[in-house]
Design a protein around this ligand. Structure first.
Ligand code: NAD
Ligand code: GLY
Length: 346
């Protein structure tokens, strides 16, 4: 005997990403802005001059990747229960990628899912983390190992917030912009080579192009069954570097910058990409003071650490390798000797 539940349906999760000064918006429901003390101190009063709601609450969690954990999620959820949020209530993520990922995750599980909006305040979160619905938190086993795909209802990217961003954090965001260009958009890469991102109008244009590039990929593969994994270009190597340096020496974008250079060197060694193109990527990263080299203590140890990557299986390691600027492919066919050779050159 069988009982069938017909669940085949088309779900429309589409949403708009506004890249401009935040408009004035009123929500006729309970809303909680989730943020941290640093972002609140810098920008909450500006946000409150734009956002109003039937009932508006502020929830703060401590600042930093080390607080992207269950305790902070509990802080958010408990506040929602205390204020009797219901399934029509909404969260607003107001901060960098840490706040965005946690707010999205909390909204994906509170009463089995409520709406949320992303208002990203770092360059990295404006061009990458706030777009595409990946949400989550870290635990003792690693980064972002717990989470859900939960798309925001809207994203408001206001470049004004970037005026207070430290230059290192800005560079880390540029690394993810370069990633978006090298993976999928050669024209965008050429634009970046001559762009002056300290010019606000040009920066806004670059943010738009990065977001559009990512939006196109997410539209094709929302849940990362295939092509979206290419957005992890530079991350396979970068995650090992972050791990080896205990997440202290490099910002995520900085480790990704080194990782992209390592992936490119692998492509050059395998005759997939020209040395000239690899050099152009390196020069662009250096223009924003991003690190492009890393002293490896043990190439064997570095290689073994690839097996901890979410994309790897027990026997195969998946690499995202450029076949030229604007064209990366996902492969698990890299010979170990080639990778060890590349690592040995760093
Ligand atoms: P972050 O959120 O830690 O922000 C970096 C620092 O900048 C923090 O101290 C923050 O308080 C501060 N800050 C935020 N806005 C500021 C402003 N306007 N002025 C001055 N300081 C400001 O780091 P991040 O780089 O924004 O994001 C990294 C996180 O994003 C990681 O946890 C990563 O896993 C996640 N991420 C998620 C995705 C995704 O698709 N969901 C993609 C990339 C990265
Ligand atoms: N940051 C990679 C992704 O969103 O897929």
């Amino acid at each position: 005997m069988q009982v069938n539940i017909p669940l085949k349906k088309v779900i429309d999760n589409s949403y708009d990403i506004t890249i401009d000064t935040i408009p004035e918006v009123h929500f006729d429901t309970k809303v909680a802005i989730v943020t941290n003390p640093k972002v609140a101190g810098l920008h909450l009063s500006y946000l409150l001059s734009k956002i109003t709601a039937k009932e508006l609450y502020i929830i703060t969690v401590p600042d930093g990747e080390e607080y992207k954990n269950q305790k902070s999620i509990d802080t958010i959820l408990e506040s929602l229960f205390n204020h009797r949020f219901n399934r029509k209530s909404m969260l607003i993520a107001f901060g960098g990628g840490v706040i965005g990922d946690m707010t999205g995750y909390a909204s994906s599980i509170y009463q089995r899912g409520i709406d949320f909006i992303q208002i990203p305040t770092t360059l990295l979160s404006q061009v990458d983390a706030s777009v595409g619905g990946k949400t989550g938190m870290n635990n003792s086993y690693g980064k972002n190992l717990i989470g859900a795909f939960h798309q925001p209802r809207a994203v408001y990217i206001d470049p004004y917030f970037l005026t207070t961003l430290p230059s290192r954090e800005f560079g880390a965001g540029v690394a993810e912009i370069v990633k978006m260009a090298v993976t999928f958009n050669k024209d965008f890469f050429e634009f970046l080579e001559s762009a002056d991102l300290s010019n606000p109008a040009i920066l806004q244009d670059a943010i738009k192009q990065a977001v559009q590039t990512k939006a196109n990929v997410v539209a094709l593969d929302e849940k990362e069954h295939g092509i979206r994994a290419a957005l992890n270009y530079g991350h396979t190597f970068g995650h090992v570097i972050e791990n080896e340096t205990s997440y202290k020496k490099y910002l995520h974008g900085e480790a990704v910058a080194i990782g992209m250079v390592m992936a490119n060197s692998t492509s050059v060694k395998m005759d997939l990409m020209s040395a000239d193109e690899a050099n152009r990527v390196k020069l662009l990263l250096q223009k924003y003071n991003l690190p492009v080299s890393y002293e490896i203590e043990s190439t064997e140890g570095f290689y073994e650490a690839f097996y901890l990557d979410k994309k790897s299986s027990d026997t195969k390691i998946t690499f995202i390798l450029p076949f030229g600027i604007g064209d990366v492919r996902i492969t698990d066919e890299c010979e170990k000797e080639i990778i060890l050779d590349v690592l040995g050159e760093f």
